[in-house]
Ligand binder design. Structure first.
Ligand code: SF4
Length: 322
């Protein structure tokens, strides 16, 4: 049986919206009541367009932004209300890799020192042990000893992403949240980083939450995929199922925009009408109603629940949920 390492229950993360005219206080509903879990050792991907709330979900799990409501449970323990001190040991076990780690690498410090400081903050080892640990982890992600002494600007984009992985791995985590880790990289480098991530996952028995706007990127590394739209999870199933039997109209549109390598295969591109509505004032029924080619009256007023219609395949759409 699958062991759940992380559960996200009815998570809401709202941010106060700038209110120029006074009056009623409004909120950007970045994450609006989503639930999912991660099984030990799996890769679960959250996908959706920019602004759908997937990155805020990752940050909320680590409490880098404070959730407004809901629960995050790590290894059976609710962590949503823990204070900074109590969160410290849990933060070691839940690490994050960002889109471009460069912005979080001190440009005046050598990479080895930067990694050592991560250990020092968490009181891990003495100076000698920390140096050895850093040398080891740099070698694990494919660097030589000399890279310890280089500055962040001396590394390419792909190498910097490997430094980001090293910084996460050095804490010996259970879960790594990878927020668009390859979207700023060339396609050839993307596959190198993804292959390395898969190797490390096996070697370190990691569970990955992979966040991406691109379904084609997550296809080869994910066990399960959750599709987000406007702060909601609209579909969730295994990777094979999502590619062979997508159900939600938004998932179908996302899939139709993936280029087909063989020009002989024709795939009809589904063009969505309009723009994503404002998360300050989302549609009152189905969040996708304003752009959905299949919308009908009920969609305007009734929120579709994420329900399992086919075994292990959940979808939030009135076309299936009667
Ligand atoms: Fe479209 Fe209605 Fe389904 Fe929403 S509930 S995806 S609007 S058909």
């Amino acid at each position: 049986m699958n062991e759940k390492v992380l559960e996200v229950k009815n998570l809401k993360t709202y941010f106060p919206a700038a209110n120029t005219f006074g009056g009623e206080k409004k909120f950007v509903k970045a994450v609006n009541d989503i639930s999912f879990h991660l099984n030990k050792g799996e890769t679960y991907s959250l996908v959706g367009e920019s602004g759908c709330g997937k990155s805020t979900t990752g940050r909320s799990i680590l409490r880098l932004v404070e959730p407004t409501d809901g629960e995050i449970i790590y290894l059976g323990e609710p962590i949503t209300k823990l204070g900074n001190k109590e969160m410290m040991p849990i933060r070691r076990k839940l690490q994050m890799v960002f889109q471009d780690p460069y912005s979080s690498l001190n440009p005046r410090k050598r990479v080895g020192r930067i990694l050592e400081e991560t250990l020092k903050i968490h009181n891990i080892g003495d100076k000698e042990e920390r140096t050895q640990k850093v040398m080891d982890i740099l070698s694990t992600v494919g660097f030589q000893d000399e890279h310890y002494f280089r500055f962040p600007h001396e590394f390419s984009g792909g190498q910097r992403q490997r430094i980001g992985l090293a910084r996460a791995l050095i804490m010996n985590p259970d879960i790594i949240i990878c927020d668009e880790p390859v979207s700023a990289l060339d396609v050839s480098i993307q596959s190198q980083v993804l292959n390395l991530l898969e190797e490390l996952q096996n070697d370190f028995h990691l569970t990955l939450l992979f966040i991406s706007h691109d379904l084609s990127v997550v296809r080869h590394i994910s066990d399960r995929i959750g599709v987000m739209y406007l702060g909601k999870l609209v579909e969730e199933t295994s990777t094979d199922e999502i590619f062979s039997n997508p159900m939600h109209p938004y998932t179908k549109a996302l899939l139709s925009s993936i280029p087909v390598p063989n020009p002989a295969i024709k795939r009809e591109k589904i063009k969505l009408k309009g723009e994503i509505p404002s998360p300050i004032n989302p549609p009152s029924g189905c969040v996708f109603e304003t752009r959905c080619p299949f919308a009908f009256d009920k969609c305007k007023t009734v929120i579709p629940e994420l329900m399992e219609n086919v075994p292990d395949h959940k979808v939030a759409c009135h076309l299936y949920n009667n």
